[in-house]
Ligand binder design. Structure first.
Ligand code: 5HC
Ligand code: ZN
Length: 157
């Protein structure tokens, strides 16, 4: 009888690859972010990427930053983590203790939202805004609210 395959990818890698796949849908020319929420039973609850709210056509959207806040993408885009939570059609109870896999460390607004949704752990790939004010606030929120965070990497293919 043949033995089982053993060189399978880990759960971490599986969920992070799902987050990366979601990020490939992002229309943001500068930063594409993907998020995948997995429950404590290794089930994917939801995925999301940074994009415009429904009704605001992402093809017509001015994807830049501007001095005038009215024309700055940051004020319109829904972040990947928020979209992953909002895309979930089940009971928010399922999010209790779940892990969010994100390709970029969450901002402080998403950190608050993740905490309040019951997320227990944040696993991230990149932290390109490490040390910025927003990033420090985000880490402060997660630490004080008991949400752990750790970085992982994906092997190059
Ligand atoms: N964790 C995150 N999730 C996200 O979905 N975003 C989104 C918001 C913007 O669309 C883009 C950031 O654009 P930029 O400032 O790097 O040009 O990434 C940003 C962060 C960073 O905290
Ligand atoms: Zn955010």
């Amino acid at each position: 009888m043949p033995g089982k395959r053993t060189d399978v990818i880990s759960w971490d890698e599986f969920f992070m690859r799902a987050a990366v796949a979601a990020s490939l849908r992002s229309k943001d020319p500068n930063t594409q972010v993907g998020a995948c929420i997995a429950d404590t039973n290794h089930r994917i609850l939801s995925v999301g990427y940074n994009g415009t709210p429904r009704g605001l056509e992402d093809d017509e959207f001015p994807w830049g930053t501007a001095e005038n806040p009215l024309y700055d993408k940051h004020n319109y885009v829904i972040h990947a983590e928020a979209n992953a939570i909002l895309n979930y059609r089940g009971s928010l109870k399922d999010m209790d203790g779940a892990t969010v896999y994100v390709t970029l460390f969450p901002c402080h607004e998403c950190a608050k939202t993740l905490v309040q949704a019951g997320i227990g752990e944040v696993v991230y790939l990149d932290d390109k805004y490490d040390g910025t004010e927003d990033n420090l606030i985000s880490k402060n929120i997660l630490d004080r609210c008991g949400v752990s965070w750790r970085q992982m990497s994906l092997a190059a293919e």
